[in-house]
Design a protein around this ligand. Structure first.
Ligand code: NAD
Ligand code: MG
Length: 376
């Protein structure tokens, strides 16, 4: 029997990648549910092709398709259905939180691309998984790499993990040039094709900060054992250093198809043709360099927020989401993004977390704080 998959955010970059994987793997998985935000046209084509038993469109403006569910609740509905075994959460931003928590509580595997939900509410996610029997398997390529390197190892064997970062489009830009960076500049990622929000996050390194916090929760490691190194080719997806000094890396072409597939099949591996064969010579040279932390303060701010705990990671995440939205609208500069995050954390970084309501209140306050900084 094939396993049922709910794909939340099916019209996005990860969503469409996941459908390519699921199309090739129809003998193992079937698409039981699809949700999107507002792109009813593409969602309709996908529903035609995969015949899910549930379709949800948060803003189904046209309202012609009577059987589709609408409103934000459709994400949780899709994630908790009885014909769903695996929830691929490929929604962008804090909007994915409730579906992650509900799926874990309902005992599902969550193939998690929506790192924001784990960053906001890592402790709540762990509690929901413990109560309901669900589990998170990461889709993020770095965390997928680490999971693959850790297979069969005991936690005590690990000295530290090293997340690789491409460095983004501004890796070697001078501070003067960075101050003038435009939206178009930020959207030109050198190695990955992704949604707009994560592409800007990759340019500020806020994405790497989110990934440090994500790794802390996924692998239960303290922040001083999670390092970041810049690796512009994005071929080494991350590394694990063990207590005997041995280092394992997972490598391959920069494609999200393998991490999506592995999140569906972990701990098994299944034959698939989605990833181009690895050619070490063509991939050469592979280089590594330190992060220019002074130029990209979002990485430090996020790591500090993670260490502080409570609602600080949710404040970091919400301030970043709001600032990135304003940047994409052309209302603030590139450097304003990190400045806004820093200001929000100064004002709200010691807010307690603990409950979904407290975290959502901190999220709203952080967004308000950022808007007020720029009189928006
Ligand atoms: P995207 O913008 O391309 O797609 C986002 C999807 O979420 C769309 O289907 C959209 O309809 C849906 N969506 C947006 N807002 C929503 C809302 N308020 N309610 C319900 N649905 C909503 O983004 P993406 O690049 O596919 O990224 C998705 C997630 O995966 C993000 O958390 C990102 O950080 C993570 N991720 C992406 C990549 C990548 O290669 N794109 C890699 C690693 C992790
Ligand atoms: Mg990543």
């Amino acid at each position: 029997m094939t396993r049922g998959v709910a794909l939340l955010g099916s019209t996005g970059s990860i969503g469409t990648t996941a459908l390519r994987v699921l199309d090739r793997q129809r003998h193992r998985f079937h698409v039981a549910a699809l949700t999107a935000f507002a792109n009813g046209e593409l969602l309709g084509e996908q529903a035609e092709r995969f015949s899910p038993s549930f379709v949800g469109c948060v803003n189904n403006g046209a309202g012609e398709r009577g059987s589709w569910r609408t409103g934000h609740e459709c994400l949780v509905e899709a994630a908790t259905r009885s014909d769903v075994d695996i929830v691929v959460n490929a929604v962008v931003g804090a909007a994915g939180l409730d579906a992650t928590l509900a799926a874990l509580e309902a005992g599902k595997r969550v193939a998690l691309a929506n790192k924001e939900s784990l960053v906001m509410a890592g402790d709540l996610a762990a509690a929901a998984a413990a109560r309901g029997g669900g589990e998170i398997v990461p889709v993020d390529s770095e965390h997928s790499a680490i999971l693959q390197c850790l297979a069969g190892r005991r936690p005590a064997d690990v000295r530290r993990i090293i997340l690789t970062a491409s460095g983004g489009p501004f890796r070697d830009w001078s501070p003067e040039r960075l101050a003038e960076a435009t939206v178009d500049d930020a959207l030109h990622h050198p190695t990955w094709q992704m949604g707009r929000k994560i592409t800007v996050d990759s340019a500020t390194l806020a994405n790497k900060a989110l990934e440090v916090i994500e790794a802390h929760y996924l692998f239960n490691l303290p922040y001083d054992r999670i390092d970041v190194v810049v690796h512009p080719q994005s071929v080494v997806h991350s590394l694990v250093e063990f207590v005997d000094g041995s280092v394992l890396a997972q490598m391959g072409a920069p494609s999200m198809e393998l991490p999506v597939l592995y999140a569906l099949t972990h701990p098994e591996r299944v034959p698939d043709t989605g990833v181009q064969p690895f050619d070490p010579v063509a991939s050469s040279p592979l280089t590594f360099e330190p992060v220019r932390r002074d130029q990209f303060p979002a990485l430090r701010l996020g790591t500090e927020a993670g260490t502080t705990g409570g609602a600080a990671p949710a404040v970091f995440n919400a301030a970043n989401e709001q600032a990135v939205a304003l940047f994409l609208e052309g209302r603030i500069t590139f450097n304003d993004i990190a400045n806004a995050i820093g200001s929000a954390l100064d004002a709200l970084g010691h807010t307690p977390g603990g409950t979904r309501e407290a975290l959502l209140a901190a999220d709203s306050s952080a967004r308000r704080h950022v808007r007020s900084l720029f009189s928006c």
